[in-house]
Design a protein around this ligand. Structure first.
Ligand code: GLN
Ligand code: ZN
Length: 769
């Protein structure tokens, strides 16, 4: 076999770039526009500017396949819904004005007597990005409605840059959506959808596109025969029509049992995620000689510097097997999930250089892809050699860094014993002791933790951070707010009180700032949905708790009342899920370290006479792996970590947990295995229907099904909540029912909070009598 050794043909490929702007320019432009403060021309100008910056940056770095149409005002799934004319009927009156239509679909429309609700939004696979869920009806039709992909290609072309448009593939597009009526499956719509995709691709070709990235992330999930068949039909159809060359793009996992299917599809290139599925390099053994393999080696989901030597070995293997012209070096997925630019982090207090040297954000990752290309071609420049050597030095230093590796933490992990995962006695025994201690009435009332974070509370924190008020003054202000909150709860007649969480900015950041092993960024924003961004903490090292984190606040709050004051902690799985995590040890190990740190806090709270302690785990479900076969393994360690956190206390200490959803059908056994004395969940929006699984399973411990939805300012009536509680009492024995809202009240204002909780207490009293 002869391999063409034309090194020039090794191309670099970026799957997508962040788009919110390095200073969140798009967020500001959008929010100003929605508030009526700017014009549509202004957001268009900001958007054009951001796209141009991204393209130019990648071109200057030397990237060959530069993405376009990865930009979006809100969400790229919504963009594609518009492109193929999948516009639900309730928006049809707005069709003449595309921008109005688009934002109405994204977040609803309320104007001139019209009131149209938004489309649903949900998590994008296992990321913290949320997409708009396409809606389909039985007689759904599609049409080529919006030319955004072509427009953006032309926009870049006018700048002299030939881009690679990114589209969500037809099968994934349908699978991401939802049937809005019965009697059909959304994949039944494929034949109607394909001509519109063919048209869109033909238009792109006409505009001069050479490559199109067609994303089919569902290829890394469990597929049934209908879905597999849909993939075959879709790509056969597209192949029969003329179009630019397609890169069938998969990410967030390995192809696994869909590998043969993917390899059989008539496309020109296939992209695989070698960060999430490194074993996929074995695809080389059967990779067709007429296709190009795009190697997803630079992690688009995490912020660590790439180990270029290891990546190079994989790339080298692929090149030897397939030849330069049949390989791309690439990011594992879009860089949407990492912040813009590490160089913006210039505050040593926030992110010390000693940790910064191990990190890479989007801009640095683009450079890494180019560097990998350079190394793979045989290091042709001095700059490349230097950068490679520096990378090797940093990778080696990270393995030895004393800031990262803490022997004491590692030893403590080794010494965990089986009994550390168990409470002393079973729930039946504990519950007697707890009831004797707490003397709670039937249907006890409580809240989930936070009370309104008003403008004032936030202004105190800002003033304190800027050094405008002293620490003592800040604490005094918070104490007064806490006192008012506790007094109000007493007056309202709530049974188990909370301190209100006024001292917390965010339920993960607050703990991250107090734990060793965490660091932060100033501008490390990542898009969560629409204009909303989050700034996740970075877990860089072994985690430990230098000192108590919440005890002072709980002790103070308890001193204000004779009623039980609930201690409030964030659980280890949630802290893990909502942070950038280490990639140099298994997640389960990092999680266990956090669990031990929070366990110490639980024990300290007990010592400070706090008799009820809540450990929030809203993110347990989010962590479920994409493949069903991996669920058990994940749930095993996730639930173990919760148990480790909760089991350091005596039987008479009551442990609560909280989750913001209540789809427990498929994980109820593991939820029960958490063995919290009380679990509070979301339930009001489904009218308690979601409780049924707890009934069927005969869930043994206590439950607080949320009786009202805190996501709106609406105040539910006593009667409404009584009805919900009556329904709940038919499903769960009344001795085990609690009465509480859905979730924390931090985003609400005081007037509606007081009104709703007053009604809630009245509802509980009605049921008692
Ligand atoms: N204790 C937290 C609060 O009340 C829980 C928030 C959550 O579950 N997301 O805000
Ligand atoms: Zn919640």
């Amino acid at each position: 076999m002869t391999i063409k050794l034309n090194k020039k043909e090794l191309l670099s490929n970026i799957l997508g770039y962040p788009r919110i702007g390095k200073d969140r320019e798009l967020k500001r432009a959008l929010e100003a526009y929605w508030a009526g403060r700017t014009t549509r021309e202004e957001i268009a100008a900001t958007a054009r500017q951001l796209r141009q910056e991204n393209w130019t940056l990648m071109r200057e770095a030397g990237i060959d396949l530069i993405p376009s149409n990865d930009f979006s005002y809100y969400d790229t799934v919504l963009d594609q819904a518009l492109a193929v004319g999948a516009i639900p009927a309730r928006y049809h009156a707005l069709r003449d004005d595309k921008l109005n239509l688009y934002f109405a679909m994204a977040h609803g429309y309320q104007k001139d007597g019209e009131d149209v609700i938004a489309m649903e939004m949900t998590k994008w696979f296992d990321t913290n990005y949320h997409y708009i869920v396409p809606e389909f009806t039985r007689d759904q039709t599609f049409s080529y409605f919006d030319t955004k992909a072509v427009d953006e290609f032309n926009e870049a072309k006018a700048l002299g840059i030939i881009t690679k448009p990114v589209l969500i593939g037809p099968v994934s597009f349908l699978l991401l959506g939802k049937e809005k009526e019965e009697g059909f499956h959304r994949l039944d719509l494929l034949d109607r959808l394909l001509p519109v995709y063919a048209r869109q691709l033909a238009e792109l070709q006409k505009a001069g596109t050479q490559w199109v990235q067609i994303d089919e992330p569902f290829l890394v999930t469990d597929l049934d025969n209908r879905a597999r068949e849909a993939f075959r039909r879709a790509y056969d159809y597209l192949a029969a029509n003329s179009h630019p060359r397609l890169i069938l793009t998969t990410y967030f996992g390995a192809l696994g049992d869909n590998e043969d299917l993917a390899l059989s599809l008539p496309v020109d290139a296939i992209h695989i995620d070698l960060v999430r599925g490194p074993e996929q390099i074995n695809i080389l053994k059967k990779f067709p000689k007429d296709k190009i393999l795009s190697l997803g080696l630079i992690d688009g989901r995490n912020i660590w510097k790439n180990d270029l030597e290891s990546s190079h070995q994989l790339a080298h293997q692929a090149i030897c097997q397939l030849g330069y012209e049949h390989v791309f070096v690439a990011t594992s997925c879009s860089l949407l999930h990492v912040p813009y630019d590490l160089e913006q982090e210039d505050d040593e207090q926030v992110l010390p250089q000693s940790i910064k040297r191990f990190l890479a954000f989007a801009k640095q990752k683009v450079e890494e892809v180019e560097l990998l290309k350079g190394i793979s071609k045989g290091i042709e420049t001095d700059a490349c050699l230097k950068a490679f050597v520096a990378n090797k030095r940093d990778i080696a230093a990270r393995q030895k860094s004393e800031e990262i590796h803490d022997l004491k933490v590692k030893e403590r992990l080794q010494q965990i014993k089986a009994e550390d995962y168990n409470r002393h006695s079973d729930y039946a025994h504990r519950s007697k002791l707890q009831h004797d201690r707490l003397h709670l009435p039937l249907f006890p009332t409580t809240t989930i933790g936070s009370f309104p974070q008003t403008k004032e509370v936030r202004s105190w924190r800002a003033a304190y951070r800027k050094g405008k008020i002293s620490k003592a003054e800040y604490i005094r202000l918070l104490q007064e707010e806490t006192k008012r909150c506790v007094k109000w709860q007493e007056e309202a007649g709530i049974d188990v009180l909370v301190h209100g969480e006024f001292e917390r900015n965010d339920m993960v950041e607050y703990f991250g700032e107090k734990l060793k092993g965490f660091t932060f960024t100033r501008k490390g924003w990542v898009q969560s949905y629409g204009s909303r961004c989050v700034k996740p903490p970075i877990i860089y090292g072994d985690v430990s708790r230098p000192k108590a984190m919440t005890v002072e606040w709980s002790r103070y709050a308890q001193s204000l009342t004779k009623r039980p004051m609930k201690g409030m902690l964030t659980g280890p799985v949630t802290i893990l899920e909502w942070s950038f995590v280490r990639n140099d040890q298994p997640l389960s190990e990092t999680c266990r370290q956090i669990a031990l740190a929070i366990r110490d806090e639980v024990v300290d709270l007990e010592r400070a006479s706090i008799g009820v302690i809540q450990i929030d785990e809203p993110a347990i479900r989010e962590g479920l792996p994409l493949r069903h076969a991996e669920w058990d393994g994940y749930l095993q360690w996730a639930v173990d970590c919760f148990r480790l956190t909760a089991s350091g206390v005596k039987d008479e200490t009551q442990i609560h947990t909280h989750m913001c959803y209540s789809e427990f059908n498929d994980i109820i056994e593991q939820i029960a295995r958490m063995d919290a004395d009380v679990i509070t969940i979301e339930c009001s929006r489904s009218q308690m229907e979601l409780l049924d699984v707890f009934r069927q399973f005969r869930y043994p411990n206590e439950i607080g099904p949320g009786v009202y939805d805190i996501h709106s300012a609406r105040v539910p009536s006593v009667g409404e909540m009584v009805a919900l509680l009556r329904k709940a009492a038919t499903l769960i024995p009344k001795e085990r029912l609690w009465v509480n809202p859905d979730c924390g009240l931090k985003t609400r204002a005081w007037p509606e909070t007081k009104a709703a909780l007053t009604n809630m207490v009245a509802a509980a009293k009605t049921l008692r009598s």
